[in-house]
Design a protein around this ligand. Structure first.
Ligand code: MRU
Length: 356
């Protein structure tokens, strides 16, 4: 079983400890969250990020809140509403909060606190198991592609859908980690993922795991795919609508278009909690708009190795900053889930199965 090299979330008494991802890959710093506002701030500022992980963090946030104060219906409603509003696109957040609501609401108030911690721990453990199963199913996909490639397999990914984004080994990176553990030669093209540069988190993860990877500018993906330098694209997802349209980090759609044009398979790796049967199609997925400042500044290390922030855009610049885009189902070659790998034409059966 894959063990995360550092715990991304953990309970410590009545507090939630998180690995602060806004400081990675330069500094490894944990933060202690003891109140609802702390957890909401950590999710909305992306100290914790990645669809499955923000679902887990929100679940723990309910436990933190009910432990710090009242556990009555008003407190529960308030915690659910505040956490639900932190990030709109990743449906895992609403999925986890709905599950907490269903588990806690019928209980007498004094029993809700420990039940909340237990349910959050269960969501976390289940997510880790889902990641492992996604890795095992995705490994089958990689093995089939490897036999055609005739050299080390090259996978392109976008954003960070590795262990930092989940409770386990990740979603899009799970097949890569499973492949490496199984002796498969696999290399990864990692796109920077402007403006928040989550690709640097992916590069950091892969370097630590000894996986060969090449960082690329986001705009280099089209050329590399056209030249046949990548054998597959695998990305994670924040919400998959009932028709298979897939929201993921902005820039995913352009990779899907380029992969389609080049005849390169494009896979979406995601757990059941990312599928949203209640959203009919991509147009109905809420796309998070984030602050323009994210485009104006860049974080990094200075010449002395000290972390710092640089202004990139001139004062007075304007920007729009949609954090996600939506890839139409027609561009998705297959979904890699904990229940297996399937194409869009089998999505209805899959959705019926998860709702049963
Ligand atoms: O804005 P982020 O960093 O939370 O966005 C993350 C992504 O888009 C990931 O690809 C997605 O959540 C899947 S994570 C397993």
């Amino acid at each position: 079983m894959f063990t995360q090299p550092l715990p991304v979330l953990r309970r410590d008494g009545n507090a939630l400890i998180i690995l602060d991802q806004t400081l990675l890959p330069w500094r490894v710093v944990e933060r202690r969250l003891v109140a609802l506002d702390d957890v909401a701030e950590a999710i909305s500022t992306m100290r914790v990020r990645g669809a499955p992980l923000i679902g887990c963090a929100a679940a723990f946030g309910v436990a933190v809140t009910l432990t710090a104060g009242s556990a009555d219906d008003a407190a529960l409603d308030h915690a659910l509403a505040v956490l639900r509003a932190t990030r709109p696109t990743a449906v895992n957040l609403a999925w986890a909060l709905n599950r907490m609501d269903m588990r806690l609401r019928p209980l007498p108030f004094p029993m809700r606190r420990e039940a909340a911690w237990a349910e959050a721990e269960a969501i976390f453990a289940e997510d880790a198991a889902m990641c492992a199963a996604i890795g095992a199913h995705g490994l089958g996909v990689l093995r089939a592609l490897r036999s055609r490639a005739g050299r080390a397999l090259r996978v392109m990914t976008h954003c960070n859908a590795g262990w930092l984004a989940t409770a386990g080994m990740g979603t899009a990176l799970a097949p890569v980690y499973a492949g490496c553990a199984d002796g498969l030669e696999v290399e990864v093209f990692v796109s920077e993922t402007r403006p928040r540069n989550q690709g640097l988190l992916t590069a950091w993860e892969l370097a630590a795991a000894g996986v060969k990877h090449m960082l690329i500018a986001d705009n280099a993906a089209g050329l590399l795919l056209m030249r046949g330098e990548a054998d597959a694209v695998i990305v994670g997802a924040d919400r998959i609508a009932a028709n298979g349209d897939t929201a993921n980090k902005v820039g995913t759609y352009l990779k899907a278009l380029a992969a389609h044009a080049a005849g390169v398979p494009f896979y979406v790796a995601a757990p059941v909690s990312t599928f949203d049967p209640g959203t009919a199609c991509g147009e109905a997925i809420p796309v998070e708009e984030r602050a323009a400042e994210e485009l104006f500044f860049v974080d990094g290390l200075d010449g002395q190795g000290c972390p710092g922030r640089l202004r990139l855009a001139p004062e007075g610049s304007c920007a729009v900053n949609p954090a996600f885009d939506v890839t139409p189902a027609a561009l998705v070659s297959g979904f890699i889930t904990e229940r297996g790998v399937f194409g869009v034409e089998e999505l209805d059966d899959f959705l019926q199965g998860i709702q049963a």
